[in-house]
Design a protein around this ligand. Structure first.
Ligand code: CTP
Length: 319
């Protein structure tokens, strides 16, 4: 059986640092794009050989107990103890157990969403995934409001909530968490040692204020498994971004997958400037050697999957 060709060639992909957005013209255009069901199913099957989103989306209560020691995935020499709060917030069963959705939206955080008018379209999908607690209320016209799952890297607490230095910032975070209103909050707590306190603060806030969210903490093997899948398909990523992780997980429970806000380039297809994030002033950093991400390379892979009908990328305006 034919292999899924993801990077468009049989030779190992190289990191594309050119940032020339003109090279990334998305074809077929929105109206002509057709979903390829056979290919989507084949990709789901292949990914299942590496991970199972239903299981790997979160560590479950039955598998850990308070006081257990965990080695961080990227800092193997550093450890953390499973706190009582973390244990209390572990789900008993997978939040994705037996879940299947006709269409899913994964919303990345690129500034390409600004003035896209995609909000309404995004909100029509059966399941909407967002990244890193990105704000929605003030940008609803372009990004929508519906949120079924949102990720939160611990660094977000520092970047967007001033490390909760005072009551005002704590209140801001609390309001954002309350607004999630029953959706899944996905916290990669076991990746890097830097996030230890931040994860604890958030856990404490959720418990203390009885915030209505369903917390999930990805399994210890998820990251390597996702990387393994892409490497096997000759996509030579260093560390998968949140966006790519979400796509890889979504293949398990989504029939059709629509991506918005994935555009890791400073210029759009018409050569107009694009902000790195739609909501803040963070600058492009992924080209530095130190950055663990290879976003343009990931984008190339996603573009190839768009061309083959396995997913749909929207990088301009919605109709
Ligand atoms: N993204 C993109 N183009 C951008 C910004 C983000 O394609 N200009 C996608 C990436 O897949 C990214 C996701 O949107 O993972 C969410 O963005 P962000 O919150 O910025 O994630 P990062 O913090 O950059 O990366 P990570 O959380 O994976 O470390």
């Amino acid at each position: 059986r034919a292999e899924v060709v993801i990077n468009g060639s049989s030779s190992p992909a190289v990191v594309d640092r050119s940032n020339e957005s003109i090279k990334h013209n998305i074809q077929p255009a929105s109206a002509k794009w057709r979903h390829n069901q056979t290919l989507s199913l084949r990709i789901r099957k292949q990914i299942l050989k590496f991970l199972d989103a239903e299981k790997d989306i979160s560590v479950l209560k039955g598998t850990l107990k308070p006081g257990d020691i965990i080695h961080y995935i990227f800092d193997r020499d550093s450890t953390m103890n499973v706190s009582q709060n973390l244990y209390d917030l572990l789900p008993r069963t997978s939040p994705l157990k037996n879940k299947h959705f006709r269409t899913c939206a994964i919303v990345g955080n690129s500034g390409v969403l600004l003035n896209s008018g995609c909000g309404q379209e995004i909100d029509t999908h059966s399941f909407v995934i967002r990244c890193n607690l990105a704000p929605v209320q003030e940008y609803a016209r372009d990004v929508g409001l519906k949120t079924d799952l949102v990720t939160m890297n611990p660094s977000v607490i520092q970047r967007a909530f001033e490390d909760l230095v005072n009551a005002t910032w704590r209140e801001k975070l609390l309001q954002r968490l309350h607004s999630l209103n029953g959706s899944i909050l996905w916290i990669p707590a076991f990746m890097a040692r830097g996030g230890k306190e931040r994860v604890e603060w958030v856990n404490e806030l959720i418990l203390k204020h009885r915030v209505n969210v369903r917390t999930a903490y990805p399994s210890l093997r998820l990251l390597h498994a996702v990387r393994g899948y892409w490497l096997t398909n000759k996509v030579h990523i260093k560390r998968p971004t949140t966006g790519l992780l979400m796509y890889t997980l979504a293949t398990r429970f989504c029939n059709q997958i629509y991506l918005y806000g994935f555009w890791p380039f400073p210029l759009d297809q018409n050569q107009n400037p694009v902000k790195y994030h739609y909501y803040d002033s963070l600058k492009y950093g992924y080209t530095s050697q130190a950055s663990p991400h290879t976003m343009p390379l990931e984008f190339k892979a996603l573009k190839s999957l768009h061309e083959q009908g396995a997913l749909k990328l929207t990088v301009g305006q919605c109709d």
